[in-house]
Design a protein around this ligand. Structure first.
Ligand code: F6R
Length: 613
């Protein structure tokens, strides 16, 4: 996730870009850069400081020469290529005339770069984005206007993008385009803007327009015109923005938590993008563990805390089922104190959204000290865990601000299940066609999550009816169990009410004694193989007076007999259900909390990143 901004026709170009980048820093901040363009000259500044890149860029720009009326800026969240200045945007073509910024991933950048290099292009970064500058350069060399050069280039690239391009031989024009990654255009008299997000230009533009997938916009001081990929004119929808800056930073949502819940389809999509070669093999560019090592893994140990621990529990089921390797999951703070056994062939995976949780870092260090290979699954590029581990897989959920983790969880499950499929591929424990089918199924989860989000009003309604309750049991079986644990964690941390996650089959071994009228049982009942058993468990609690809320698939009629409230979700492959089923549970916790006037972004006693043991 990166942030992009552009302005054309301004008398205050540099300040507009720097201010906008500051507001986009939530989208990434490991490097930042601007390119200012006037007739025959492109001036560029780029810095990579890891955390305060926009502030450092401001200092770097002190020496920017003279007046420029147009420019583009970028703040980066590294995916391809290390967070270093050479990989910071804007990137330029061989002539230095064309400058581009890009948010997203160009999936086929490898093959395009090979072809461009064979035609003499020189690349100066290790990014997927730079191919765009050189592709546009080739079309410009054929005499095409910038907007046409961009349009033609987009026919070559696959993947996701919000991009902007400039050329100092056509200085008062910016061309922007979008596929999947967000992009808005803003206008004010004599000035036109583009940005990843409204807040970046909120106090400068007076009207805002949404760019849709596969639309290309030519921006000039006088305004903009938009076309589709075939070159036909399209109209951009005007956005009704009556937000103040604070609301705008939350994307128009009341708080960061609902913004982040809403971003889950994008988080899953981005995490899965660019992970499969043409021959079907699953790849993790950043994973520096050889296929040979992965093939010979004898045991996997996952260490994590809180929500990340629940994602790790889901991964256990997937890795064992698909790759036939035995998996242990440990709470990070327990691992290093139990004298863990690390044999040859043990792969330890540290799962952490922040990559800074001290318990998980210490567990990974302990594993390394005992000779294990350690892989980090982190949402923050170059986090401490990512740096210390032997290898890393990045989830690409984007910055998570709200203390309660939501989009990081679904991205972690997606990344870990993808790793499970990679292990299955290497160990030939499943037929290739089954792996292909699962890969396609995994890619469909993003849309299923979007469907769950559309049903938020019903969840709000159910939460409203249960507002007076004080005791909650969340039950599930198989991967429904970690999902239930996650639902209980969300509820307790956001509402401060008592909630426990339990394996449904374990209830009768003790906790059933606590069930009485007034207790709410929330059950994850979406796995067909476990369905009858869950129904029996629910009948048991209902007979003892509990109110039952069930997460059930659209086609499940039998659930009505045992549930007082049903939260419907689309059916999916059982192993993928945690990503789908968790959504109504997050929403339930969210609406219970807002109903109780809790601060959902900053629950009491908690911190986003726990750096003490
Ligand atoms: C719960 C939550 C925490 C974190 C835990 C680990 O909503 O956010 O339980 O999951 O503190 O944090 P990371 O993943 O950053 O290691």
């Amino acid at each position: 996730m990166c942030g992009i901004i552009g302005v054309v026709g301004s008398s205050d170009t540099l300040e507009t870009l720097l201010e906008g980048l500051q507001r986009l820093e939530y989208r990434g901040y490991d490097s930042a850069g601007v390119a200012l363009v006037r007739q025959g000259e492109t001036w560029r500044a780029r810095v990579a400081t890891g955390t305060e890149s926009v502030a450092a860029l401001r200092i770097e720009c002190k020496n920017a020469p003279g007046e420029f009326h147009s420019g583009i800026g970028h703040t980066r969240w590294a995916t391809h290529g290390a967070p270093e200045a050479m990989n910071a945007h804007p990137h330029v073509d061989c002539s230095g005339n064309v400058a581009i910024i890009h948010n997203g991933i160009i999936e086929n950048h490898g093959e395009i770069q090979e072809q461009l290099e064979s035609r003499g292009h020189i690349f100066t970064s290790v990014t997927d984005s730079e191919v765009l500058a050189h592709l546009i350069e080739e079309f410009r060399d054929q005499g095409l206007e910038l907007v046409e050069a961009v349009r033609q280039s987009l026919h070559t690239v696959r993947g996701a993008f919000a991009l902007a391009a400039m050329d100092c031989t056509e200085p008062d024009v910016i061309v922007a385009a979008r596929r999947i990654s967000p992009l808005v255009v803003g206008t004010a008299p004599g000035v036109t803007y583009l940005a990843s997000d409204v807040p970046a230009i909120l106090d400068r533009a007076t009207a805002f327009y949404a760019v849709n997938d596969d639309e290309i916009v030519r921006l000039g001081p006088e305004g903009f015109r938009a076309i589709d990929l075939e070159g036909s004119p399209v109209r951009l929808r005007q956005l009704q923005i009556d937000w103040d800056l604070e609301t705008a930073e939350k994307g128009g949502n009341d708080d960061f938590m609902s913004k982040e819940i809403n971003e889950q389809p994008e988080a899953i999509h981005a995490t899965l993008l660019d992970r499969r070669r043409r021959d079907g093999s699953i790849i993790f560019d950043e994973l520096r563990v050889s296929d040979e090592e992965l093939r010979n893994v004898k045991r996997v140990v996952l260490v994590a805390a809180g929500t990340s621990h629940h994602a790790a529990l889901v991964a256990k089921y997937a890795i064992e089922r698909w790759a036939r390797v035995s998996v242990e999951v440990d709470i990070s703070s327990e691992y290093r104190y139990r004298d863990p056994i690390v044999e040859i062939g043990t792969l330890v995976i540290g799962v952490s959204q922040s990559g800074e949780t001290i318990d998980t870092i210490q567990a990974a260090r302990e594993a390394q000290r005992r000779g294990a290979r350690v892989v980090a699954v982190s949402n923050i590029v170059d986090s401490s865990l990512a740096r210390e581990a032997d290898a890393v897989i990045y989830t690409r959920a984007g910055l998570e601000v709200s203390v309660a983790s939501t989009k990081a969880f679904v991205a972690q499950v997606a990344a870990l299940e993808l790793l499970a499929l990679r292990l299955a591929q290497l160990r030939t424990t499943m037929p290739p066609e089954d792996i292909d089918a699962l890969f396609l199924g995994l890619n469909a989860v993003s849309a299923q999550v979007a469907t769950c989000l559309e049903r938020r009003e019903h969840v709000r309604d159910v939460a409203k009816q249960l507002l007076g309750s004080h005791d909650f049991f969340f039950l599930g079986r198989h991967v429904g169990f970690p999902t239930a644990m996650e639902g209980a964690l969300k509820l307790k941390e956001l509402t401060y009410l008592h909630a426990e996650g339990y394996p449904a089959g374990e209830l009768k071994h003790g906790p059933l004694a606590l069930i009485e009228p007034g207790v709410v049982v929330v059950a994850v009942a979406t796995d067909p193989a476990m369905h009858e058993k869950i129904l029996s468990n629910l009948a048991e609690v209902k007979a003892r007076g509990a109110s039952v809320v069930a997460v059930a698939t659209d086609d499940d009629e039998a659930i009505e007999a045992v549930a007082d409230f049903v939260l419907r979700v689309p059916a999916t492959e059982p192993m993928f259900t945690p990503m789908v089923d968790v959504v109504p549970l997050q929403l339930f916790a969210y609406y219970m909390a807002t109903g109780l006037n809790r601060n959902v972004d900053r629950p009491r006693n908690l911190a986003k990143t726990v750096t003490v043991e």
